[in-house]
Ligand binder design. Sequence first.
Ligand code: ADP
Length: 462
Amino acid sequence: MKHRLRTKFSLTIALAMLLTIGLVSLLSNFLIEKQFTNYLGIQQEKRILEIADNLSQQYNSTTKTWDSDFVHTIGMYALNDGYIISVTDAAGQVIWDAETCDMTMCNQVTNNITNSMAMQHPQSQGEFTSKSISLTKDNDVTGTVNVKYYGPYFLNEDDFQFLKSLNLILIGIAFISLIFSIVLGTILARRLSKPILKTVDATKQISQGDYSVRIEENTNTTELDELIDAINHLADSLGKQEALRKQLTADVAHELRTPLTSVGTHIEAMIEGVWEPTEQRLQSCYDEILRIGKIIQDLENLARVESENLKLDKKQLNLTEVAEKVLGNLEAEISRKKLMVSIEGTRSDFIGDPDRISQVLMNLISNAIKYTPDGGQIQILITESDQVVEIRVKDNGLGIPEDEQPYIFERFYRADKSRNRLTGGTGIGLAIVKSIVTAHGGTVAVESRPNEGSCFTVILPK
Ligand code: ADP
């Protein structure tokens, strides 16, 4: 079952609060019940002793008589408080008896207490009991008081009122917390759902191809901010990808159209007899066709590398040996351009896909050869540490303008287009390098200054 965030939060907070309040009520009722009734029992004992003490004071030792007026007053006060007393002298003669004095009131007091306790506090399981206490004056027993009272304790109206108010306060707190939790849940949910809904809207827009959308919201919640950043980043990179894809299509079309048109017009002119089919002209057509073939081959290469990167065939390999082999393949070009090429560093062992790693070196070294004028220098440096191996391909060639450096690893990106007309680059070599290095969990970076040279650094984890 699906609920709105607001309902969920409100319900959860309300449940937690009600549980806590319920628990507090139960516990407090239990504790109060226990402590309070204990206290009432003690108070009752005290009150009985106090009655006895007061009565003792009413005996006159000299005249050996009781002050019956005061005894009556004490008895009536006690009756009011729920204690039915009867006082006898040392000889057992009744001096004052509440029931004789006012039977109706005694019955009323007894009934009142019994009824209210049975109704409002049945758990006390009390009943009327009586207790006799000797009355003494100057260490002489002067009589006895018999106290009839509701034991082990009883609650008067004030006590009941106190317990009632306490429960009312707890119910009030529960009610207020309920409202509080709904309000809190709503506010919390609104604060959370607002950025989430905005994110949902943004993702919908992204899925419809609008990559310009950005969420400008600071939520003060780490996870939400991260989500927003991730979505913004997604839109950004999708936008870049899209731009690149458009650029790529335009580039491919352009790259293919130029040589195709040129070959087409050349051949057309030769067919129509406008041009003699000289060897030079045929060669030019052939070169253009080769160039078209190269672009197509590069495209295929990239597609293959990207799909094969998913299943690398890793083996133990020696980087220096791989570099030497690559140089061997490029020997003709190196000697044609009279380049000085050196391999330096340790003979590092590394676990990776030999074909893919050799492709990385091939692309980097052939770029270095391509973009270094005749007689230049190329250095291949291989070093290693505990965790990584580092391969640097350094040349003192043309270099790359700083503002173009961030893009050279993107497919079909070619720095300084005019230069590429001459070298015949298609802008795919470094995209392949990056794809392979990333698949091995490594990184590739460039440092370069125009007209001073470039240094490509590949770092691979061991
Ligand atoms: P390309 O087929 O054009 O060489 P790459 O992807 O290999 O494609 O390289 C992208 C661009 O980076 C190139 O067009 C070139 O301008 C620049 N570049 C790559 N390597 C070097 C280098 N060693 N020296 C100067 N520029 C380089």
